[in-house]
Ligand binder design. Structure first.
Ligand code: ADP
Ligand code: MG
Length: 699
């Protein structure tokens, strides 16, 4: 059981002051794992993506071209917009030498006049920009009378947030979470701690979230490195423990001829690609061997992983055991089920779908048939491996990862009674060397080809200024019967609501194309989402405006156009995933990356990579290379799944250290008793490696 010392960190975030049900629901979208309630710990592990440095206090005649500034001056006058106009409200502030304009859109007069009394001094902090050769600050972050200027934070963390959750509210929640950190023993060995001169775990969290200098929150600074090291140490320790355990618990050597799989092949209207065949052969060899299979199946979206998995499942079924496929969302589980059901049927295998939403009678029936073995294949969400689901004999667990599952969830799965063979499917193009070092002894199979008949995708970069031309062309495509995805981003650092932007785009496209346009976003009810998706699939909807929720594996093969708005705000891995939604049928497809000009040099280089290649592995490598030059936003999405803090681009050098440290710990405290072992146990819990703790006790 988890030591009670950690209880404050494992309390729901909602128990923090300033976090009510509404904020908790928003937090769940950015930090909740697999839809779980966000905890205080999750909030603490949501590190800032950058900082705002407000220490730059130039006189008004010396304002920089851009960046955050804090300025002081007298409110000279207000320039309200003429009635009925959509122009912003301007306030002129001067310091005798020069002036700056403070600009507000949709401002209310009474509020503005109270905030900026004419003739009084005000301290204003926010991002400066130049418009018509004049400096201005649009919607400043802080406006204070000089006597309150001390309240202004000098260095302020900037977090990735979500529509409706303001940075202020998020920062307050994190500050409250910092107050909950208990006094914890050190788990890093004294030798190591001395060598690195890192702050303690608690101190590191404080530095990162409440920075006194910009370096405090820097991913390469000591505080972030300490936290990344802790995370890596927890994973390496868990891997070492699991590995030690796995050697004892040998796998089953399944015996099968391949007859069932043959019936599936016969039912397919196409032949398998060479890389599918190779992956199938590698998996079959694993299944037949006595060592337990833990294999990663990597392949781009649409490369045909599901079929490879199904063949493996058929082998295990032929050998007399059961196989389960776990998907990260209900929608995906249903989609997998729809693919698998007719093929399983053709092969004479019973397959059942288990989600959180089954009707009770149906569910009872399923559970009974899974328990007595009449059902050989089960498809479901992660609920599959929790609670009441009992398999007669689970031989193979397939996890469709799609970014969402961490290593520890996989371990939870394998600890369910027996140790089934494991196949993890991922579309994340992690380079092979990284797979080995981050996940340990996982074998890797790769699908490197696209199924035959697929057309290359024509990718274009288009400036938002030319949206009129774009919609003209889309109109023509719709008349020709083509279907369009239109993606709007949903992670914003500003208070402007991205959701509002998606809704606005939806309204604008509706005006052009009528009710052929449908909308899906994360805050819709599941029923509404399903309805919109259903219309899009069936064809009464032809333009699907969506926030990035469609990223997760939606399959509509006749969609041929993908528009990504604000493409510069997406990680490359994410763009690659999105683009994989099209080009699935035989028709020629186009991906339009809409960006807002001007595009910075790095941003342009990144988008150009997308235009030049469809090779996910190359995109991942280029992304890694280019990301060194800034642009922190978007890195999270392309990090290594299962890790929240450690990043392959900046923390890879810590891996060998963590591995040594883990080895040392296990060698020294073979029984894992004593004080240090107790501290390491806390570490494992903190990073969600609960299952490894169990192995520790056993060992
Ligand atoms: P992934 O899971 O890798 O994203 P899927 O397994 O869902 O890809 O396959 C995407 C689509 O391609 C499915 O409609 C599937 O039936 C089809 N498909 C899979 N393999 C082949 C193949 N060898 N030839 C033609 N189509 C294929
Ligand atoms: Mg798939």
């Amino acid at each position: 059981m988890r030591p009670s010392l950690l209880d404050p960190l494992f309390a729901p975030a909602e128990t923090l002051s300033g976090v009510g049900p509404r904020v908790a629901a928003l937090l769940k979208r950015i930090i909740g794992e697999n839809g779980a309630e966000p905890l205080v710990r999750d909030l603490l592990f949501h590190l800032p993506s950058s900082v705002t440095d407000r220490r730059n206090r130039p006189p008004l005649w010396q304002l920089p071209p851009s960046g955050a500034v804090t300025v002081e001056g007298v409110v000279e006058r207000h320039d309200p917009p003429p009635p009925g106009s959509r122009a912003p409200w301007r306030v002129v502030i001067s310091d005798g030498g020069a002036a700056v304009q403070v600009v507000y859109f949709h401002a209310r007069a009474d509020w503005m006049l109270k905030l900026y009394p004419v003739g009084e001094r005000r301290v204003v902090s926010g991002p400066v920009e130049w418009f018509d050769l004049r400096p201005q600050i649009v919607h400043p972050d802080y406006v204070l009378p000089p006597e309150k200027a001390g309240d202004l934070p000098e260095i302020e963390p900037v977090y990735g947030t979500t529509a409706g959750l303001s940075p202020k509210v998020l920062r307050k929640a994190v500050a409250a979470a910092l107050g909950k950190i208990p006094r914890l023993p050190e788990w890093i060995s004294p030798e190591h701690a001395a060598r690195e001169a890192w702050p303690s775990f608690a101190e590191a969290l404080r530095q990162v979230h409440d920075p006194r200098k910009p370096e405090d929150a820097d991913p390469i600074g000591p505080a972030s490195r300490r936290l990344a090291f802790d995370e890596l140490l927890a994973s390496q320790l868990a891997l070492a423990l699991v590995r030690g355990n796995a050697r004892r618990a040998r796998g089953e050597a399944w015996r099968f001829e391949g007859a069932v799989a043959e019936r599936i092949r016969a039912a397919l209207p196409f032949g398998l690609t060479a890389s599918q065949e190779q992956a199938i052969a590698e998996i079959a060899a694993d299944l037949r061997s006595e060592t337990r299979m833990v294999r990663l199946l990597q392949g781009d979206v649409g490369s045909g992983k599901t079929l490879v998995a199904l063949i493996a499942m058929a082998h295990v079924a032929e050998a007399g055991a059961q196989a389960a496929l776990m998907a990260p969302t209900e929608l995906l589980a249903r989609q997998h089920f729809a693919t698998i059901a007719p093929l399983a049927d053709a092969a004479g295998l019973e397959v059942r779908l288990l989600t959180g939403k089954d009707r009770p009678a149906e569910r009872r029936e399923s559970l009974a048939r899974i328990a007595d073995g009449r059902t050989s294949l089960v498809v479901g969400t992660h609920a599959l491996f929790q609670g009441e689901v009992a398999f007669r004999r689970l031989g193979l667990a397939v996890v469709d990862e799609q970014h969402r599952f961490g290593v520890h969830q996989r371990m939870a799965l394998s600890s369910k009674g027996s140790t089934p063979d494991m196949l993890v499917m991922t579309a994340t193009p992690i380079p092979r060397t990284l797979v080995l070092s981050w996940f340990g002894d996982m074998e890797v199979s790769r699908l490197t080809e696209k199924p035959a008949g697929r057309q290359p995708i024509d990718t274009r970069l288009v400036s938002l200024d030319r949206i009129g031309e774009l919609t003209d062309r889309i109109g023509a495509a719709l008349d020709a019967g083509e279907k369009v995805y239109w993606v709007c981003p949903l992670v914003s650092e500003s208070e402007q609501s991205d959701l509002a932007a998606a809704e606005e785009r939806f309204a604008a496209l509706r005006r052009l194309f009528g009710d052929r346009v449908v909308l899906v976003h994360g805050r819709m009810s599941a029923a509404k989402k399903d309805e919109a998706m259903g219309r899009f699939r069936a064809g009464s909807g032809m333009v699907l405006v969506a926030t990035t929720v469609i990223e997760v594996g939606v399959d509509v093969p006749d969609a041929t156009i993908m528009v990504v708005e604000h493409a510069e705000r997406f990680g490359l891995a994410q763009l690659h995933q999105l683009r994989g939604r099209i080009g699935r049928g035989t028709a020629r497809s186009t991906c339009v990356l809409l960006y807002r000009s001007p595009l910075g040099e790095v941003a342009r280089a990144r988008l150009t990579v997308m235009r030049e290649t469809e090779d996910g592995f190359r995109i991942a490598e280029e992304d890694l290379r280019l990301r060194g030059e800034g642009d922190l936003l978007g890195t999270r999405q392309s990090g290594v799944p299962g890790f929240r803090i450690a990043r392959p681009d900046v923390h890879a050098d810590l891996l060998p250290l963590a591995r040594d440290e883990a080895r040392l710990a296990l060698a020294r405290d073979a029984g894992m008793a004593g004080e240090r072992a107790a501290a390491l146990r806390l570490l494992l819990y903190l990073f969600g490696r609960d299952d490894a703790v169990r192995l520790m006790r056993a060992g």
